[in-house]
Write a new protein. Sequence first.
Length: 98
Amino acid sequence: MRTIRAKTTCPACGFVNTAQTNYSDDSPGDGDYAICLQCSFVAIYAVSGEQISVRRPTADEEREIGENPEVQRMLRAIDRLDIPGRSLNALRNAGKRN
Ligand SMILES: [Zn+2]
């Protein structure tokens, strides 16, 4: 795992995530999935040079996210984490992901 410091704003809840942790030892790559720890929304990394941001997934990407067992396992694990202030956002966005 590798964690880098980069600010990204969740497109679903607006929370500013200040660090990005990747499963592998690589930095997040363009098109990788980005899961918001506040609301569990699955966004897509948009990486250009040193610039890292996240965007909403396209319809095709949403379908892929919904069918990806690894992402679904990660979401269940994140849902079990006790993150202060998250419960309201998680409830608000529960219907926005498949
Ligand atoms: Zn969020």
